[in-house]
Write a new protein. Structure first.
Lengths: 229, 63
């Protein structure tokens, strides 16, 4: 899941300070799960905005909306007309949702209500851990399902380095050494030989921004349709 | 636990907005602890008195 955190209120307030009608739009998927931009967080931010405006003696209309997924066009249709009636929209979705919303209502400025941080898992109540760096060249099959690029502070694909210390990382004693975790996992799987494998340098060329992915099946269907008229 | 967390979070939200978080406090009081309830109510009254009227109401009156 994509993990985000709410921006400081003062920053959000400053971004929309001169607007008279503002929509706060949440997303019901990743950012709702990590408690940064779901329906509940939209309600809380809206309440804060109302209180703050009242204290400042400002008359600002705040509208709330939350869609199932702000990164998918089909979920957005229902709220676009309302959004177009506003002076500004604060999107509580991840950076993807914010950009898609801005593409769909180009004439209305869209401001981010959250900072998008990483792709990760929920480790315990209120704690999330980065798990994937989206390198586009996955080696999890060889590393016991633990990603050294995301978990190792140095992102080493051949480890551990000399800084490993009783299962912890030299960067911080609170960080696990990714390669110790990988060793222990491979040991459990009876695949310790994997640790001897030398991985070539990562193909960073695979990650030239912005990446565009096409599903071949759809591409062929489109071509056939064009061919047969 | 959940309520405690919600109160802590709400205090933070109020502070960000500019409302004194001391206006919100949580007490754990059993249904049979009437004296404790009265004590808490008195304490909150005292806190509210010291803080003065809520700034939100002031603005309302001005408008």
């Amino acid at each position: 899941m994509i993990v985000a955190e709410k921006k400081p209120f003062a920053q959000i307030k400053q971004m929309v300070q001169d607007r008279k009608k503002i929509m706060i739009m949440g997303c019901g998927t990743c950012v709702a799960v990590c408690m940064a931009g779901g329906e509940k967080e939209v309600e809380l931010l809206a309440s804060q905005m109302r209180l703050s405006n009242k204290l400042a003696g400002k008359n600002v209309e705040i509208i709330e909306a939350t869609v199932t997924r702000q990164c998918d066009r089909e979920y957005m249709e229902s709220v676009l007309d309302k959004a177009r009636e506003c002076d500004a929209v604060i999107s509580m979705a991840c950076g993807v949702g914010i950009q898609l919303l801005s593409d769909l209502i180009e004439e209305i400025p869209v401001y981010p209500g959250v900072n998008t941080r990483f792709i990760g898992t929920n480790e315990s109540e209120g704690v999330w851990l980065e798990r994937c760096m989206m390198c586009g060249d996955c080696i999890l099959g060889e590393t016991g399902g633990i990603c050294p690029i995301a978990i190792c502070a140095k992102g080493l694909v051949n480890g551990p380095c000399g800084g490993t210390n009783k299962g912890k990382c030299e960067v911080s004693s609170e960080k696990d050494c990714a390669w110790t975790l990988i060793y222990r996992r491979l040991e459990k799987q009876g695949k310790l030989d994997n640790i001897r494998a030398i991985f070539p340098p990562k193909k960073h060329g695979l990650h030239v921004n912005p990446i565009r992915q096409t599903n071949e099946a759809y591409l062929h269907a489109e071509m056939e349709e064009a061919h047969h008229g | 636990m959940k309520a405690k967390r919600a109160v802590r979070q709400t205090k933070k939200l109020l502070e960000e907005v500019g409302v004194d978080p001391a206006r919100l406090k949580m007490y754990n009081i059993g249904a049979s602890d009437a004296p404790l309830f009265a004590q808490a109510a008195n304490e909150m009254t005292e806190i509210a008195r010291n803080l003065g009227p809520t700034p939100l109401k002031k603005k309302e009156k001005l408008a």
